[in-house]
Design a binder for this molecule. Sequence first.
Ligand code: GTP
Ligand code: IMP
Ligand code: MG
Length: 382
Amino acid sequence: MSRDCVIGLQWGDEGKGTIVDVLSSSYDIVARYGGGCNAGHTVTIGNKKYKLNLVPSGIFQSTAVIGSNVVIHPSSLVKEITQLRNDGINIDLYIDYDCPVTALYHVKRDEHDEKNAGRIGTTCRGVGPTYENLRKGFTLKQLVDGTYMEIAEENLKTRFNDLNISFDAVVKELDPTIEIIEPFLANTKRIVRSYENVLFEGAQGYNIGIYTGDRPFVTCSDPNVTGIADSFGFLEIKKRIGVFKAYSTRVGDGPFPTELNNDIGDWIRKKGNEYGTTTGRPRRCGWLDCQLLREAVEYNAITDLAITHIDTLSDISELYIHTVNGQLKAMKTWSSLLPFMNSKDALPANAQSYLEEIESQLTVPITIISTGPERNEKIPVR
Ligand code: GTP
Ligand code: IMP
Ligand code: MG
């Protein structure tokens, strides 16, 4: 039996989607446990790029599960499922009855707050307001059985009445989604416990976690290994794979100690195509921060590391890492890292040294090296 997980160790967008995709064929199910349609995972298979927000990245090679602490914006979910079906993907998916629903007024509240004082740079998908309103919100089960109407009406009259949204507008958005979503609903706690091999898929990352990030610049769920329990209860998780980029990026406001507000930062953004999957916003770029990474590794008791975007750093004019002791350390650069290299030994010597330095800073082995977005650009290290 193996219950393992993939966790984002930075500010999200580490490339968890592509790592989950390659690993998923070894698991019976792949289960997402947090976030909502704020998440954007990109999976590249051949020359086709799939952008996922709610559907787990395991959908291409495994059975997918959405756990009860993932907040669902029904019309976004329906759109995503329809798009995948149009692309010929078989939707083998279970969604928990108890998932909280993001209604129109949550999205409008998010948009309103971002336009006014107190902006933190959210994705404006209504995810924060849905989590903040968990106690008085409604679930997919209540959407399907119709009891949601009373709750939505009460929300519109009280906590959200300043937004001037009509009850009809809320229902109009939700009603057509019901018959499409209903067949997927299940008790996912029971399903997850009945399978031998499960991979839990994280969304976002440690530094924007509700308990581990710098408030208020955080998302509203727990992206860490501890967040798995919020959807599925306590389970032993064997392999805890931490994913990180070879440098750092952050989308949205908030502290970013190694940020490069200069030509090198711009160079990384361009080479790494660092624009938000969900919002298209340019991502802020900076050096790898081993001090913060080490905290994330320890918090999650990470057993294995997966590094992505090592190819992006190829040909950079200078290269530094922020060490666990808080110093900037110059690293030797490399060039000509070719796509589809299939062993660690084939990488340029200075790229190998970069990986070894990170392993020694983080005291955990790198067992997957990603040298490009494609499925077959992932090097397993034995
Ligand atoms: P969140 O759940 O939003 O945190 O997303 P994520 O961790 O799944 O990452 P996301 O897909 O948002 O961003 C990663 C981007 O990098 C995607 O566009 C991937 O296609 C791309 N990518 C992943 N691995 C590599 C890599 O090794 N090299 C390069 N060049 N691109 C990569
Ligand atoms: P929210 O989750 O949309 O409320 O946004 C809160 C903060 O988390 C903002 O800084 C967002 O940019 C950031 N955020 C949320 N989801 C993601 C993600 O999937 N990748 C990267 N940043 C994210
Ligand atoms: Mg993303």
